[in-house]
Write a protein that binds this ligand. Structure first.
Ligand SMILES: *Cc1c(COP(=O)(O)O)cnc(C)c1O
Length: 392
């Protein structure tokens, strides 16, 4: 019996080494990693700049706590603000914690203005915001809530993309609207960018804060540094995590000065949040992602991938129903059970990630080269061919 709480349906396979877009087992079998640890290993495995930054910091100083100034936090925070709409950043260790901060910040914003009754947040059906009690309540998925007692109060769920439903859910108790600009776990579900602009307008009309959960979409995953840039608007608060640490745990809640005004000294905190090791790696990730030419390269690679995938969909409509997503956050909506495709790809040594709505997610490291796209699509072709033949 494993000593681990069995919360994950894990594959028995273990990887012991990683290099770039490849993972290796103890037996030396190499897998092409188009999951990147669920959009986390943004720069692939063992990127020399990240390894260097982490080792240098490890030899210098690991932890001091937020009782003191942390130069790496000031630097990473400043750089994230310079690159976005935000004025201020709170550092945490995970996506759920970044969202938890966003939720608390939105509530406190209104409370600080004497409107503590405005604590409710409108969220969207199919969304995923994390696994803490508050974030499972925000997500509202029945399987995540089942057996954990009363959900945290204060979340109103509306259908994705339904502006009238959002309008109808706004009351004198509403504090904010929270959305993933492109739903990841839910199945790479997109909303028109216009819907995000409409939410912005609706929030402004009603004095609400607009929260974006960019935990998965952030750090260039969609081809822009953050997905909100595609929509030509800005949120008030944004949760970031996965790709920011390239595999080192880190989360961040970014906000305008206005939105963050309620979180004064003593109102929120984290022992590990913004620890020097995490900040060193986060800064190294930004060095690479913000370098000239990086984002256009991600966009070009994404176009090449999408074109090849569209070809596969045309060739195997009995396996792949639809190709969707943005940048290197791609979903294959399957015509067969998605697990069947994932397993067939696994046999081809191509790693992918399941998602809701019968979707297989492709989330390659952002440093993926056209050559790897070619290899991945050859393996997809082989897997789809085998499945398609078995259907006949
Ligand atoms: C992964 C994810 C989270 C939760 O992040 P954790 O680090 O697992 O807590 C929250 N929101 C979105 C959109 C995510 O993809």
């Amino acid at each position: 019996m494993s000593a681990l709480v069995p919360t994950y349906a894990r594959a028995t396979l273990a990887f012991v080494k990683g290099q770039g877009v490849y993972l290796e087992t103890a037996e030396g079998e190499k897998y092409l990693d188009f999951g990147a640890g669920v959009a986390v290993a943004s720069l692939g495995h063992a990127h020399p700049a990240l390894v260097g930054a982490l080792c240098d910091q490890a030899r210098t100083l690991w932890h001091t706590s937020n009782l003191y100034s942390i130069p790496g936090q000031e630097r990473l925070g400043g750089r994230l603000c310079d690159a976005t709409f935000a004025d201020q950043v709170f550092f945490a260790n995970s996506g759920a914690e970044a969202m938890e901060c966003a939720i608390k910040m939105a509530r406190k914003y209104h409370a600080a203005q004497g409107a503590g009754e405005r604590y409710r947040i409108i969220t969207f059906e199919g969304a995923f915001h994390g696994r803490t009690l508050a974030t499972i309540s925000a997500g509202g998925k029945a399987e995540h809530l089942e057996g954990f007692g009363p959900p945290v109060d204060g979340f109103d769920h509306v259908p994705l993309g339904d502006l009238d439903a959002v309008r109808g859910a706004i009351s004198g108790e509403t504090a904010a609207i929270a959305i993933e600009p492109l739903l990841g776990e839910g199945g790479i579900l997109t909303v028109p960018w216009k819907f995000l602009r409409d939410l912005r307008a609706l929030a402004d009309e009603n004095g609400l804060l607009l929260i974006f959960d960019e935990v998965q979409t952030g750090i260039a995953r969609t081809g822009k540094l953050f997905a909100y840039e595609w929509a030509g608007m800005t949120p008030d608060i944004m949760a970031v995590a996965k790709g920011l640490g390239g595999g080192f745990p880190v989360g961040a809640c970014l906000a305008t000065k206005e939105a963050a005004q309620g979180l004064t000294a003593g109102t929120h905190g984290s022992t590990f949040g913004g620890n020097p090791l995490a900040m060193a790696v986060g800064n190294a990730v930004l060095d690479v992602v913000l370098a000239p030419g990086f984002l256009p390269r991600v966009q070009d690679t994404a176009v090449a991938l999408k074109q090849k995938l569209a070809g596969l969909r045309d060739e195997f409509p009995d396996v792949i129903e639809e190709v969707r997503g943005e940048g290197l956050m791609v979903g294959l909506k399957c015509a067969v059970p998605s697990q069947q495709l994932i397993e067939a790809l696994f046999e081809e040594r191509l790693l992918t990630v399941p998602a809701g709505d019968n979707v297989v997610r492709l989330l390659p490291p952002l440093i993926v080269e056209p050559e790897h796209i070619g290899v991945a699509c050859d393996r997809l072709h082989a897997a789809c061919g085998r499945i398609s033949a078995s259907l006949k």
